[in-house]
Write a protein that binds this ligand. Sequence first.
Ligand code: PGA
Length: 256
Amino acid sequence: MRKPILAGNWKMYKTIAEAETLVAAIRSGVEFIDAVETVVCPPFVALPAVAAALAGSPVGVGAQDVYFEKEGAFTGEVAAPMLQGLVSYCIIGHSERRALFGESDDWVNRKAKALLAHGITPILCVGESLAQNQAGETDTFVRSQVQAALAGLSPAQVAGLVIAYEPIWAIGTGLTATAADANRIIGLTIRGAIARLYDETTAQAVRIQYGGSTKPDNIAGFMAMPEIDGALVGGASLTAASFVTMVQETLRARGG
Ligand code: PGA
């Protein structure tokens, strides 16, 4: 059984003090929920404070990006060894990084390898644009992103990954894929691609989230789908009340 995982992608929001206040409230809201894994991904500068505030709690900590080199003259970048011990997850390949900061499939693959070499689980984002969606290219495009990101990874490494299917047109727009469409792309396109590249056991093990305008009032529909193993939540993860409600809704949708 794949345990659902709800991860809050805070993007470039929250000062250190605001982050501490937010995670204190999230911690008390989800402390006794075992059947859903909860993760917060604050900006880099807030990671030490957030990790300290969450020590001993079931809430995991993730970074929003990493650079793939171990160290060096890469002004402004953060390396996997610097995150080791501080985070257990790291988002890679988010569509904002791909579109605004030129992150290529090759970089995403190198970032995945750097994280895995340091014991950090990638949350690998994939998803099509509106134009690709309307042209009927979703399956081909998402499959190619998955294949490129996983190049050279072992079945055991892939089985432990978290993948987030985030249609770009649904991120921060208030539009969402239908739960049925998201379930089909996650199950047939993404899990199907992994089954062909690896094997069915690996494909069944990897946890695959939906992301894009999930909110307290629409999360249950996604979480009731058998192929969807949680959500990567942007805007609605910035207040404790909405994020905690989404964790509770996930629990309820799974019969908890
Ligand atoms: P959103 O963002 O929930 O605000 O649409 C999701 C994401 O970018 O991960």
